[in-house]
Design a protein around this ligand. Structure first.
Ligand SMILES: NC(=O)c1ccc[n+]([C@@H]2O[C@H](COP(=O)([O-])OP(=O)(O)OC[C@H]3O[C@@H](n4cnc5c(N)ncnc54)[C@H](O)[C@@H]3O)[C@@H](O)[C@H]2O)c1
Length: 355
């Protein structure tokens, strides 16, 4: 078992990473302070893992709320639905919410936890690669608005994160690849040695080798925990985690949420960011090629949809949360292992990049 800590003073919390962790309820019970908890999941994950968790917590009464699967349900209607169910179940401020599923369930449940009676404890049990390496750690919670992704949300930290790497065995290959986009992201923005390790361990990761997965997930969580401890509210360093996301969110919004997976959109977005870095004279051509090759090795897209050009991208990007003082900020790699936040992409460069 790997145990990491997100260090945020009295809001610090552990991340536990281990295959088959879900069947070992003892540790989970330590983080549920009353004899009642509510499990929030979706109709795809529910039959796969809910029962294992419920059976591992014999002394705790677990109610369950099941949402329909899909990014299109990460919205205010689902938020209201969960709140109504909690009220019907007579949930109280000290009832613990357990988010079981991918980033959609984690983000929605976290936002409910932040809001219900002004805040209740919650635990993240992420079951997709993306949520295990990224969304379950760091306390960003949100739902989407028709005009923009993650437009309604809060920073609200969980009490603990339980990562059972074995849950990835049931994940469709396409979803696994999408998660790899976020894994690669950490190498590009922060850790050249990890990027090189990924280049050398591509086959092992695709085969879901237990040790390779454990190492990759732990390294990503370690990097995320380090960044969040320094900059919880994204006033600086944390913004680097959005590499590929400004372009990616535009792709997701234009194509309709769920048609391009989040990780796929981020993958194409990271290639655009790397090419922008090259156009600025920062990234070496050879490094851009390595970024593209690694992304492609995990069967991820390396170009945006053909029907999207400068105008379409800009229409969506003006709603981006990284707009500050009227200026859009971009996360651009300077080299593998190092990235910066910059408003300095002029119109000519963007037109060359996106058209
Ligand atoms: N909060 C953050 O910091 C943060 C960071 C990155 C992404 N996100 C958000 O995360 C979301 C994407 O997360 P995601 O990629 O996990 O998507 P998701 O939650 O939609 O999960 C992807 C699919 O896999 C299914 N699934 C989940 N676990 C499974 C398992 N073990 N076996 C089989 N199927 C399984 C889900 O039901 C779904 O169909 C987006 O909404 C994105 O905005 C949030």
């Amino acid at each position: 078992m790997t145990t990491l800590t997100v260090k945020l003073g009295e809001r610090s919390y552990p991340i536990f990473i281990q295959p088959s962790l879900l069947s070992q309820g003892n540790k989970l019970a330590d983080y549920i302070k009353t004899d009642k908890a509510v499990l929030v999941t979706n109709d795809l994950v529910d039959p796969l893992y809910s029962q294992t968790i419920i059976a591992s917590l014999p002394d705790i009464k677990i109610d369950k709320i099941v949402i329909a699967d899909g990014e299109q349900h990460k919205n205010l209607a689902s938020f209201e639905h969960v709140i109504t169910q909690l009220l019907n179940m007579s949930a109280a401020r000290d009832t613990t919410l357990i988010a079981l599923g991918g980033g959609v369930i984690g983000d929605l449940t976290g936002f409910v936890a932040a809001s219900f009676q002004r805040g209740m404890p919650f635990i993240q049990i992420p079951t997709t690669l993306l949520s295990q390496v990224d969304s379950s750690v760091g306390g960003k919670t949100a739902v989407n608005h028709p005009l923009g992704k993650n437009m309604i949300g809060a920073f609200y930290q969980p009490k603990a994160v339980f990562i059972d790497t074995k849950t990835l065995q049931t994940l469709p290959a396409k979803e696994f690849s999408a998660g790899m986009a976020e894994v690669i992201k950490y190498g590009i923005i922060y850790d050249k040695a990890f990027f090189e390790w990924l280049e050398q361990n591509t086959a092992q990761l695709i085969a879901q080798d237990v040790d390779a997965l454990q190492y990759a997930i732990a390294r990503c969580c370690e990097i995320k925990a380090e960044i969040v401890a320094i900059d919880e509210r994204e006033s600086g360093l944390r913004a680097l985690l959005n590499l590929g996301h400004t372009f990616g969110h535009a792709i997701e919004a234009e194509q309709g949420y769920g048609n391009w997976l989040h990780g796929e959109a981020v993958a194409a977005g990271m290639v655009l960011a790397a090419k922008a870095g090259q156009m600025k004279g920062w990234m070496q051509t050879e490094e851009v090629q390595r970024v593209i090759a690694l992304i492609e090795a995990f069967a991820l897209p390396i170009t945006p949809p053909t029907d999207m050009g400068y105008d379409t991208f800009m229409q969506h990007m003006v709603h981006d949360k990284k707009v500050q003082a009227g200026k859009l900020n971009y996360i651009i790699p300077k080299a593998i292992g190092e990235a910066i936040v910059t408003p300095e992409l002029d119109e000519t460069l963007l037109k060359n990049l996106l058209n």
